[in-house]
Unconditional design. Structure first.
Length: 457
């Protein structure tokens, strides 16, 4: 392997999510999702933005696929909207499935590998009305939905991801409430987290029962490695706690180890509903063997111990007494997130050893900056530098022995950035939300060049 070359067959591509790009929320028989409801609620999303139109990808999927070809990206990760496929969360909608049918055929005709995510946060509103993720039944409904999508697309889609970032779906949706459905109760959020993981495991069962040769199944977790300035016992304890609830809490059950003992002790005072929601056998269901792990990485978290080990944390995540999360350190992205590529290397190397060599795919990595179109071009040197240094960080991890199989940039298009509306641009392609005109950014050309060379230039 030449100095900055990647292993043969390495996946280069970009990712999106249904609610963030599709629009067409009342078309093709689609039912409402929790994000339609949440974004229509005053004060929830910045500028009262919604995903009603977004990138109008529902109508423009053909030209968006052509953009992938133009960029020279051979892999595309997208998600399926559950309420498009099952408007009430339970009943199959042929017209909704037909949209993904067309999208997949379009990708395959262009030799683009589809990597399909079943759940990227757009829960059918009817399922939320029946209790949402805090209700155990939702995990079973999700597995039924997974089977329906596989039945329709399994003959053509080789790569499957069950759930994107259960951390966000549980803790942002039901804990802090900054995401749909906007519930603010961490005891409920812990129960939701368990049911999301259970849903993953049940969906894995349904999918592997119907598996075709060569198909792979995975899930994508968001990781925030914890960094502390100091190596005292108290610093190590702060790192342990943050890493515990943010990273290991979601990873260890999937690896067949159940919830980490230390995190169970940290969150013990959280009402007991969480511990009671775990039934005999759940651990085995969640432990279904995945073929690769999707690693979503944006930034590390800075943590510090407090003098009083029982003091309330400034971070509302469960179990963080005695520590604070510190402000991010510059240079920052427009979102205010750190740019620390070495944390990605360390994360991948740690995951390699913690998982016993599981294949890893960087399923999301990227940065928001304020981009403008001038003379038909978007010069985004800060994003080019972010991608360059983070791709280099992936290369470093491979050189240190991690089995990393791909790098998918977040995102193909500027899109609906959840609670931030359209104010944060993550795309390697610029979208004018008034005209829907797409303009490839310098970062898109850079990523395409890396893909073509299978190496950093
Ligand atoms: C991803 O989640 C989502 O999958 C995607 O839909 C979204 O568009 C993308 O991120 C960009 O936001 O304040 O420095 O401590 C990422 C989950 C959770 C990662 C919050 C950053 C805060 C970082 N994010 N986290 S920091």
């Amino acid at each position: 392997m030449a100095e900055l070359e990647f292993p043969p067959g390495f996946w280069w591509g970009a990712a999106t999510a249904s609610y963030q790009i599709e629009g067409g929320v009342t078309e093709g028989g689609r039912g409402p999702s929790i994000w339609d409801t949440y974004s229509a609620t005053p004060g929830k999303v910045l500028n009262s933005d919604t995903g009603a139109v977004a990138c109008d990808h529902y109508h423009r999927y053909g030209s968006d696929a052509a953009l992938l070809s133009e960029l020279g990206l051979p892999v595309y990760r997208f998600s399926v909207a559950w309420p498009r496929v099952m408007p009430d969360g339970r009943t199959r909608n042929a017209e909704g499935l037909a949209f993904y049918d067309r999208l997949v055929d379009e990708l395959l005709s262009r030799d683009i590998l589809p990597v399909l995510t079943l759940y990227h946060w757009d829960l059918p509103q009817a399922i939320e009305d029946a209790g949402g993720w805090p209700s155990r039944d939702t995990a079973y409904r999700f597995a039924d939905y997974a089977a329906v999508v596989h039945d329709a697309l399994g003959d053509r889609v080789p790569q499957w991801t069950t759930i994107n970032e259960p951390f966000c779906a549980a803790f942002l949706g039901y804990g802090s409430g900054v995401h749909a459905p906007g519930i603010q109760d961490y005891d409920t959020a812990l129960v939701a987290a368990h049911h999301l993981l259970l849903g993953h495991g049940l969906a894995m069962r349904a999918l592997t029962e119907q598996a075709r040769p060569g198909q792979d199944f995975s899930l994508a977790l968001n990781f925030a490695p914890a960094l502390a300035d100091g190596d005292t016992e108290a610093h190590r304890e702060a790192v342990r706690k943050f890493d515990g609830i943010h990273n290991r809490f979601f990873l260890d059950p999937v690896l067949g180890r159940g919830y980490p003992e230390d995190v169970m002790a940290d969150v013990e005072h959280h009402g007991g509903r969480f511990a009671k929601s775990i039934r005999d056998g759940d651990t085995d269901v969640i432990a279904a063997a995945i073929d690769w792990l999707g690693v979503n990485y944006y930034a590390p978290a800075r943590v510090a111990p407090l003098d009083d080990p029982l003091a309330k944390s400034n971070c509302p995540l469960p179990g963080l007494r005695g520590m604070d999360v510190l402000p991010a350190r510059g240079p920052l992205t427009s979102f205010g997130w750190e740019q620390t590529p070495s944390s990605l290397t360390d994360l991948l190397v740690w995951l390699d050893s913690h998982t016993g060599g599981l294949p890893l795919v960087v399923a999301e990595n990227g940065a928001s900056f304020e981009d403008t179109v001038t003379d038909g071009r978007v010069h985004d040197p800060a994003r080019v530098a972010y991608l360059d240094t983070h791709i280099r960080a992936v290369h470093d991890a491979i050189a240190r022995g991690a089995d990393v199989r791909g790098y998918l940039a977040w995102s193909l298009l500027d899109n609906f950035e959840w609670g931030m509306g359209y104010t944060q641009r993550f795309g390697v392609v610029h979208v004018d939300f008034d005209t829907q005109v797409r303009t490839i950014k310098d970062s898109g050309r850079f990523l395409g060049e890396v893909a073509k060379l299978n190496s950093l230039p």
